[in-house]
Structures are given as C-alpha cells and as structure tokens.
Design a protein around this ligand. Structure first.
Ligand code: SF4
Length: 319
C-alpha cells in the first residue's frame, strides 16, 4: 500500500487560564502524541467520545489548527516546514468537509460563487468556470438549477452535497470528513455515505472519516482508529477490530451498538464516570479510572501502542 500521510508524535495543546483573574495558564492536551499512517485510496475511520480530540487531530493534520509539536508528512513532504504561501498551494490537495454544512457555507453567497471561490483562488478552469461548476454539481447529484440559489434554500443533505462539490473543486487527493453526516436526518445519512463512497472510487480519494456513530464508521472504513484523551488506543482493519477489539475502551464502545433482535445479545459494558479532563489526564494508563479490568500496573505505567496481530495495534497491558 502506498503511504499518503504520516504523522509522528503529533501534539496539539491549547493554553487555558486558571480562573478568570489568574495569570497562570494550564494546558489542554487535545492531541497528545499521535502516530498515524494513512494509505492512498483508503478510508481511515476515527472514533471516540466527544472531547477525545478527534476533530482537533483532523484539523491539525491540515494545519487549520497549528500543532504544538510533532511531524506531518504528506506524500513525503513535511507540512510543518511549509511557509504560509506554500501551505496555501498544498491545501489544493487536502480538503475538509464539516459537520454542519449550514454554518460552513457562506449564507450570503449563491451556490455558483461558493463552488467557484476555490476555483478562483487556485486559478482553475479559467474560461470554463461555469461548466466546471455544473460538472461538480452533477458529480454530487445536483443540477444547474442550484447555481443561483442560496444555502438556506436547500435541505441539510443538499447542503452537504454542495459542501462536497466545493471540496472537490480543487481536485484534492485527501479529504478530512469531520462528522459529515451527524447533523443530517437518519434517512439522508445513507445517501451521503454512499455518495462519498462513489466519489472516492471515481476520483481516487483518501478519507479520514471522523464520526461517533460506530455503525457508519464500520460501513465506510477500511481501517479504524479509536481515540481516547488525545491518543490513539487501538487501530486496525475495520472487520478485525469490530470482530475482535483488543482494548477495553474499544470493547466498551462496541458493546453498546444496538444489534438486530435476531443477532446474539451482546453484554453491554457500561463505563463508569465521564471522560477525565484533558487538562490533567490520569497518570499511567489514561483509561484506568474507567477501565473495568484495570490492574495495579495500569495506575503508574503507560501502555505503548503495540502490534497485537496482523497490523492490529492496541495500547493496553492486557491486550
Ligand atoms: Fe485497562 Fe490497564 Fe489496559 Fe489501560 S492498560 S486499558 S487500565 S487494562
């Protein structure tokens, strides 16, 4: 498999004030030492509870949020060493699709301007802009009649199609899809997921697909990474990870997916308490405060993410 993106020890920390009048700062460790490789043409699903750092990781990879430390290589080129000018040119190859297309599309712009803007920025399709915009609309299942309309005139699903057309305008190779269907009705979600799969085949796209719905992630992903408190705790081929999760956190997440009545009943693993604050994550294994099988060693020794079998990796002393 050809490597498209490699991340080494990526950290994104945010300073926060301790109290309203205090001068001292604490640090939120949103992304806390992530190593990850994404291969050309694959969909890597990224899951975890709200606040685990998955959206921050997606935005840090594209440098929409500046990482604090680490390395990002896209097609062997370091993204963190690029100047602002070089980064703007590189963005053509890497795009993002957001959760809420209503807030990510400018409400005062008509669809032709929304999709035409990236073409103008990168001087693409000169002399044939209108044809190119119509072609892009067609590729996401929309027609010319959308050109002069505003975002509020469309349904949520149609707005997400417009968001995809805008992302595709610059012919990217890599798309970070940040909860792209979470704001949509369930009936529309499958349409957008299937559209994304079709577009991937047609344009040879690579996706980092961020979501909290584990069934959707299983459906679309070739591999899945599970995040907890800013770190990847398990990663592997989708089927293997869903059939045989090795990290207790993954096991708990998968145990609460509703299954059809005819399937064997699974035992639900209910995690105690909330996810700890990323300002002061627990020492040792950061999951030990909620782990149903924690042992003494977990309190003071951090487990490394290591290969368990056939490329499946987990960070747990007992895996
Ligand atoms: Fe649980 Fe210990 Fe494994 Fe962490 S290392 S997941 S606390 S068993």
């Amino acid at each position: 498999m050809e490597e498209l993106l490699r991340i080494k020890n990526l950290k994104t920390y945010f300073p926060v004030k301790k109290g309203r009048l205090a001068k001292r700062f604490s640090v939120v460790r949103a992304v806390d030492g992530v190593d990850l490789t994404i291969y050309k043409g694959e969909t890597l699903g990224l899951v975890g509870e709200s606040g685990c750092g998955k959206s921050t990781l997606g935005k840090s990879i594209l440098r929409l949020i500046e990482p604090t430390e680490g390395e990002i290589y896209f097609k062997e080129k370091s993204l963190l060493s690029l100047s602002d000018y070089e980064l703007r040119a590189k963005r053509k190859e890497m795009q993002i699709v957001f959760q809420d297309p209503f807030s990510s599309l400018n409400p005062r712009m008509r669809v032709d301007s929304i999709i035409g803007e990236p073409l103008a920025i990168h001087s693409l399709a000169e002399g044939k802009v209108r044809e190119r915009i119509v072609e892009l609309l067609n590729s996401v299942g929309m027609g010319e009649d959308a050109l002069k309309r505003f975002p509020h005139e469309f349904s949520g699903g149609q707005r997400q199609r417009i968001g995809l057309a805008r992302a595709l305008a610059v012919e990217p190779e890599f798309i970070v899809a940040d909860e792209p269907i979470s704001a949509l009705d369930v009936s529309i979600q499958a349409q957008i997921i299937n559209l994304m799969k079709d577009l991937q085949d047609k344009f040879n796209l690579t996706y980092l697909f961020i979501a909290h719905d584990l069934r959707v992630v299983e459906y679309i992903s070739d591999r899945v990474a599970v995040m907890y408190l800013g770190k990847i705790v398990e990663i592997g081929e989708s089927k293997k990870l869903y059939d045989s999760p090795r990290h207790p956190y993954t096991q708990a997440l998968l145990s609460v997916i509703p299954v059809p009545e005819l399937e064997a009943k699974k035992e639900r693993i209910v995690l105690k308490g909330d996810i700890p604050s990323p300002i002061s994550p627990p020492g040792g294994c950061a999951f030990h405060t909620r782990c149903p099988v924690a042992i003494e060693r977990c309190l003071h020794e951090e487990p490394l993410l290591r290969e368990i079998e056939n490329g499946q990796k987990a960070s747990c002393h007992l895996a």
